[in-house]
Write a protein that binds this ligand. Structure first.
Ligand SMILES: Cc1cc2nc3c(=O)[nH]c(=O)nc-3n(C[C@H](O)[C@H](O)[C@H](O)COP(=O)(O)O)c2cc1C
Length: 343
């Protein structure tokens, strides 16, 4: 299967999307237990947050997370260069520039999807970052903004930015509508047009083109990898993470890893204990990211309810795990008797 795919860019074959408030350090730790090879992305960190806020809070990561990319939001080349240098110093493997986020706050700060209308500014930013760091500098963008439907728009954007030395483009295959839609609606309403992303790969065969948006199944990943170099999954990977355990074997040719949900939960509890000791992090700030672990499994909903029960916050996570496992077992039995309980 591997041999069929485009070779030079296997570093980007599969990835989990940057998601604000979701793909924090704890989420990435969890995902890394499920796949050793897929590339992980941070939430977007703005250059302003790094200039004026706590660098440690934004950039702290775990040695196990690699390969992991820092996604930046910003447009001022000098600030991007400083932020990229920080990212490299904190150990990130890639700097990714956000040119796809449609939120109004981001528009006012002159970054995100509105940057697609300013490819020269993006090119300057890319060049400044490339001059500042040795790790790859990549761009994540949309296929267009507002009602611009023509392929030429995204082709010219990629052409211009690639001339500045960016060779990896992650393309969310829908437009961003900058007026009138919430960020959430902007991930659902503008139609997906995968064929435009495939066309980018045909027109720029030397570039690494990664497709993103609405990818939900193993079969869909396989289809996309027949056309482009990589597939990035966001919401599906977050809500139903277990399929990621097949990725290393199926898409990277690694020997299959015997892995159980129980072992992953156990490892997460050990991590919660470590984070509480070392950083004072409450377990529920970590547990919220693993609530999809038993997605679709018997008793899974009851298991999830225990891990998200606010009343249990004072308990140690190991105790919560014990209760969650008991609920899972109860749910499994109930489902056996009564049909699909726990859904
Ligand atoms: C909660 C949430 C937060 C997001 N935050 C970011 C972000 O910080 N940077 C970014 O480039 N995209 C962000 N996105 C968009 C995703 O990276 C991705 O492009 C989008 O969800 C489409 O992929 P999917 O259909 O696989 O989820 C976010 C998406 C979600 C659901």
């Amino acid at each position: 299967m591997i041999g069929e795919y485009n070779q030079p860019s296997s570093g980007w074959r599969l990835s989990v999307a940057p998601m604000l408030d979701w793909t924090d350090k704890h989420c990435r730790y969890f995902h890394r237990l499920l796949t050793r090879r897929a590339r992980l992305y941070t939430e977007m960190v703005t250059t302003g947050a790094l200039m004026h806020g706590s660098v440690r809070r934004h950039l702290r990561m775990d040695a196990q997370e690699h390969p992991v990319a820092l996604q930046l939001g910003g447009s001022e080349p000098r600030e991007l260069a400083v932020a990229a240098r920080l990212g490299e110093a904190w150990g990130y493997d890639e700097i990714n520039l956000n040119c796809g986020c449609p939120s109004e706050r981001v528009q006012r700060g002159a970054f995100g999807a509105c940057l697609m209308a300013e490819p020269n500014l993006v090119a300057d930013g890319v060049k400044a970052m490339r001059d500042a760091v040795r790790i790859p500098v990549t761009v994540k963008h949309r296929i267009g903004i507002d009602r611009v439907e023509s392929y030429d728009f995204v082709r010219d954007f990629v052409g211009c930015v690639s001339e500045a030395g960016c060779s990896v483009f992650i393309v969310h295959a829908r437009n961003a509508w900058l007026q009138g839609l919430s960020p959430k609606e902007n991930r659902e309403v503008p139609p997906l047009r995968y064929e435009l992303v495939y066309r980018l790969k045909q027109d720029f065969p030397h570039l690494t083109i990664v497709i993103n948006g609405g990818i939900q199944t193993h079969a869909a990943i396989v289809t996309h990898l027949g056309h482009v170099d990589g597939a990035m999954l966001g919401r599906q990977a977050y809500y139903d993470p277990w399929p990621m355990t097949t990725w290393d074997a199926d898409f990277y040719g690694e020997p299959p890893q015997p892995l159980t949900r129980e072992a992953v939960e156990e490892a997460m509890v050990a991590y919660m204990e470590q984070e509480a000791r070392e950083d004072g992090t409450p377990w529920y700030a970590i547990a919220r990211h693993m609530l999809g672990l038993y997605h679709g499994q018997r008793g899974g909903r009851l298991w999830r309810q225990v891990w998200s029960d606010h009343r249990l916050k004072p308990l140690p996570p190991r105790e919560v795990m014990r209760m969650a496992r008991a609920a899972l077992a109860r749910g499994g039995v109930a489902q056996g008797i009564n049909g699909p309980a726990g859904r």
